[in-house]
Ligand binder design. Structure first.
Ligand SMILES: C[S@@+](CC[C@H](N)C(=O)[O-])C[C@H]1O[C@@H](n2cnc3c(N)ncnc32)[C@H](O)[C@@H]1O
Length: 265
């Protein structure tokens, strides 16, 4: 597993410390954005949350059928204690998902997981998701990423993450594209109180994506990514593209550079 769980970062393995740190940097608001702008689940739908941690996101979701999977038993115990009766929680990893969750989902979520996984694990996760999503379902992932626009403070913050596989946006998208040809990538620098760039992938089941997509967005899925930063957008000179939901995004082109256990509360 490609994550650091020793040294000073070991303290983050304590669920309460993890939650407090998340709250300090503004992660609750970030999760709300994920739920409202990307996940868009509605009541009654089925959601699989891989790498769910203490399941902080569950408190922001409508009444859905929620399954959370994580490799850390203490996070899962905390999740089960907080959300008694609202979800089912399983100890597992990307290779045990088939045994844990052999059914269809309307959405699959991985918040802060991919950068803890090596490439083979990420491919296994996307491969599993591609076979388990409902016809109009989606998989949403969000992770820190490295870009060439970051300053030393932001780079140091991202390097200090417990996940040791922080990638470029292009690298994340390439891994998803093997299972999801229709993947939209968003870069966001506005989600936390600290300088941090997040790469958000929305992977659509099916070949053509959700109904109502404009041609422009289809092109995005083949290699153009949206970058959104309110501070940079003004006067940046890059074309603005309107989405069907009426929101405008700054867009730019990707450079071709160089065994399982259920946890009971
Ligand atoms: C940054 S935390 C995110 C937790 C949660 N999604 C959240 O938003 O707070 C990453 C999580 O991925 C879990 N994780 C790391 N490697 C994993 C693996 N191979 N399979 C399942 N979970 C894993 C960790 O235990 C941790 O809970």
């Amino acid at each position: 597993m490609a994550q650091v769980t020793r040294g000073v970062r070991a303290i983050l393995n304590l669920p309460l410390v993890y939650e407090a740190c998340q709250s300090l940097v503004g992660a609750t608001r970030a999760r709300r954005v994920i739920v409202q702008e990307y996940l868009r689940t509605s009541a009654g739908q089925a959601l699989l949350d891989v790498g769910c941690g203490p399941a902080d996101i569950l408190g922001l979701l409508p009444e859905i059928e929620y399954i959370g999977v994580d490799s850390d038993a203490s996070y899962l115990a905390r999740a089960a204690q907080r959300f008694r009766g609202r979800g089912r929680f399983y100890l597992g990893d990307v290779y045990t998902l088939e045994a844990i969750a052999d059914r269809q989902f309307d959405a699959i979520l991985a918040v802060g997981l991919l950068h803890h996984l090596n490439d083979a694990e990420v491919e296994a996760l996307f491969g599993f998701a591609a076979t388990k999503l409902a016809r109009d379902g989606r998989m949403v992932t969000i992770d820190p990423c490295f870009t060439d626009r970051q300053g030393p403070v932001e780079r140091a913050l991202i390097r200090s993450d417990r996940g040791k596989n922080v990638r470029s946006p292009d690298a994340y998208r390439a891994l998803a594209a093997k299972s999801f040809p229709n993947t939209v990538l968003d870069l966001r620098r506005d989600l936390l109180h600290i300088p941090y760039t997040h790469c958000i992938l929305t992977c659509h089941a099916g070949e053509t994506g959700p109904p109502g997509l404009s041609t422009g967005l289809k092109i995005e899925s083949r290699g153009v990514f949206r970058e959104r930063n309110p501070l940079r957008s003004a006067g940046s000179g890059l074309p603005l593209e309107a989405r069907p939901d009426g929101v405008s995004y700054e867009t730019t082109r990707l450079r071709s550079r160089q065994p399982q256990a259920a946890v009971s509360p």
